[in-house]
Design a protein around this ligand. Structure first.
Ligand SMILES: [Zn+2]
Length: 198
């Protein structure tokens, strides 16, 4: 009789230990994983409107508008503002490329910190004095000024602002465009943020 009792007792204890060992890691891992995922999403989508003094009600969605005589789609957001209005980094990140093109004029390609998205600023009047490729910028830093360089109409200064999801290979010119409008209508106005470092 006795060996059976001991066997039963040891079996019960073993089952309890195994159950506890299995349960503990899974209950700890679950919440931690979901917290990391949600904070990453918030950080990369938490934009500011990148032109000084522009409120959400001044924005008009034109992502799907035809451009170039109907041969292509806009895939960006035009933000109208007086010439020389400061343009500020929509997110924190790195200035990836300073580029002058026929259509875009004076442009900036900026990566976010995680290099998930590329932010494109075009038709600038000029760059901010400090700006250079590889520069780290904080959200709200002045990076340039609104203008009409490239193919923008001379009497309609505006910032052409685009957001691209980067490919795994991180080429700044190869991203898939997403509409900035729904992300910016809930964003704060860019006047109270830090100015450019000297
Ligand atoms: Zn545009």
């Amino acid at each position: 009789m006795r060996p059976y009792v001991w066997f039963l007792a040891i079996s019960i204890v073993a089952v309890i230990i195994v159950a506890a060992a299995e349960k503990k890691p899974s209950s700890e891992l679950g919440p931690r994983t979901s917290v990391e995922r949600s904070s990453t999403t918030t950080a990369s989508d938490n934009l500011i409107i990148p032109v000084d003094g522009i409120t959400a009600n001044r924005l008009k969605s034109d992502f799907n508008d035809a451009r170039g005589g109907g041969f292509r789609v806009h895939h960006a957001l035009d933000i109208l503002a007086p010439r020389g209005t400061p343009v500020r980094a929509a997110v924190a990140g790195t200035i990836r490329k300073l580029f002058v093109s026929k259509a875009g004029g004076i442009t900036i390609y900026q990566f976010d910190r995680d290099e998930q998205k590329c932010y494109y600023y075009a038709h600038l009047d000029r760059y901010s004095d400090f700006l250079r490729e590889g520069q780290k910028v904080e959200q709200g830093d002045i990076i340039g000024y609104v203008g009409t360089t490239g193919n923008a109409p001379a009497n309609t200064p505006h910032l052409h602002f685009a957001i691209m999801i980067l490919p795994p290979t991180k080429e700044w010119w190869k991203g898939d465009p997403i509409d900035p409008y729904p992300l910016l209508v809930k964003a704060p106005v860019a006047t109270t943020h830090a100015s450019a470092p000297r």
